[in-house]
Every structure is written in structure tokens, then in C-alpha cells.
Design a protein around this ligand. Sequence first.
Ligand code: 1HN
Length: 340
Amino acid sequence: MDIGRVQDVSDLNDWLKERNLNGHWNHSDREHEEFKPFLWKWPEIHAGLMKATELVPMDMTGRRTVQLRNPELRGRMSNTIHMSIQCVMPGEIAEAHRHTAAAIRYVIHGVSGAYTVVDGEPLPMETGDLITTPGWCFHDHINEGSEPVMWLDVLDARIVALGRGLGETYPGRQQPRERAIGYSNKTQGHVKASWLKHERLTPPAMRYPWTETDAAIQALRESEVEPDPYDGYHVTYTHPINGGPTLPTFACELQIGSPRLTTQDHRHISTTIYQAFRGSGVTVVDGERLEWSEGDIFVVPPWSWHHHENVSDSDNILFSVDDWPTFKALDLYREEGKDA
Ligand code: 1HN
């Protein structure tokens, strides 16, 4: 069509469209995909993953993981946080590679003799441990124990994909284990080598053993501090170099709900994914009741009002990953809460 023949807005829209242009008066283009909360049941994830250990040998896949997919989003759990559950059987190796996306592992079923090797350092995987694999660190997973090891993989791959994610394989299936177990925790945690400079923005690989996390939450619970009105006794796993959130892109957190606790409603622009590590409860998201039992995983979308209810007589524990550090870094973070 010639511009001279454009008579009305509809013609103009067509004319623009033919030239890969669009007017602001057309509100048809969705800039992002909205999604509802969703909950995945652990018995189903587990059954699928166990079947994969029979049917999918490690030479068929770089990683034996089952990914969580939100039915409203094509092939992903949320717009920002990617998550899957991984299993490595005794004697198996998930081969070494690295990528610009950072990952965390939260160990659901730990095994003595199972390790994630990050830049040459084996990090033991015991139940409840959190292990970070900062961006661009070589990593492979090995299981020299006698039971399947299982963990949650959470990656910032979708945030990294705002540009383009890069990755490469290691020359060889496994990295040499040239560092002692515990090296990074011992030398880059509370006590640091003062003459060595940390040039990376990302922290070193860290292991946050369950025993230490548990001790921290129990100490808070036994203290006189009031729990957070929105999240109860809630802790953030800190970045070892700057004391901030776990990784530049997202924060790993954990909270205890005391028996019969109901938190207050709040909402924030960040996305949170939760795993019910211990016990059961209900999380109400924009009026929808997500009833979770141990092992279940669910996602609370951005800007959704939510609160947690512990309807049982024992403590429950939620592990979570939240992308708030990305939003704060870009000065985009917003939150609001309702009074009791
Ligand atoms: C990855 O490298 C791992 O290293 C797990 O175990 C899940 C999902 C997407 C992209 C890379 C791993 C992944 C992944």
C-alpha cells in the first residue's frame, strides 16, 4: 500500500505493520507474559525423575534433570527463574561444563560421597546443603556414594538471556579435584587471605551446610526477636565477599513457620519460588490456596498478594529463591504490605 492511499487508522496500522513498525495506539503487543501461581507435587516429580534414571543414561543427556514448566509460560517456570530437579546415580558423572548463568543446588537427598566439583574443588552434597555455582565456573557432579543423590537446580539463565547466554564444555569429562574439600568456605568466608584480591563480581563457590543453617534459624527462634510479619523467621544466605544476597541476580532464603502461624499479606515485584523442605502448610496467592506438603514446589508470580499459613502443630520450613537482587540492582524493586 502507498502512504497516499491510507485513509484511516486501520489502513495506517496495516501500512506500518507491512514495514515492521507499530503505533503506540495499538495496545495489542504484550511486552511480557503474565502467569498465575502454580504448584508441582513432589511424588510426581520424584516418580518422573526415578523413571528417568532407568530410561535416560548419562550418555544421552548432559544433565539428567526434570524441569518445571508453568502451563501459562512456554517451557518455563517463571519469566526470570529457571528450575529443575536433578539426580545422579551411584557411579555416574554429569560432565564438566561452564556457562555465564549462575546456579544454586539445594540438596533434597544428600549422599556421602556425592560432590559438585566447582573450579577444581569438590563440594559435598548433604541433605539441606546449599551450594552455589557462580557464573562461568566449571562444574561437574559425581556420585561415589551408594544411593541416588537429588537436588534442586535453580539458574538465572533467563535473566542472563536478556542478552545472550554463553557456555562451553570442559576439555574432558571431569575436572581434576585439585583443591581440598572445604577450601573456599575456610578461606573466603569469615576469614580471608588479605593479600589475595577478589576481582570477580561473583562470589566463589560456597557450601552452606544444613547444620549451620539449622543452627542459625534455631538461634533466632530461641531469641527474643520478633519474627518478620510477612515471612516468620526468615534468613538469607549471604554472599561471602560483600555480605549481600547469595548471588548478584538472586537470593536464596529459608523460613520457619511456627505451628498455627499465619503471616500478613504482602506483595513485591520480584518472583519467588519455594520448596517445602520440611512439613506442610498453605500459601494463599491472590486468593488461591496452594496447599503444600513436604517436597512440593510452587511459584509466586510478581506483584501477587500472598501470605503463609501453618495449619499444623509442628514447624514447617520453606526454602526459596527470589530474584529481588536483580530488581534492586536496577532500582526497580517495589513492595507493599498489609497491616495485621
Ligand atoms: C546446568 O548446567 C545444570 O550444571 C543443571 O547441573 C540444569 C539447566 C539449564 C541450563 C544449564 C547443571 C541446567 C543447566
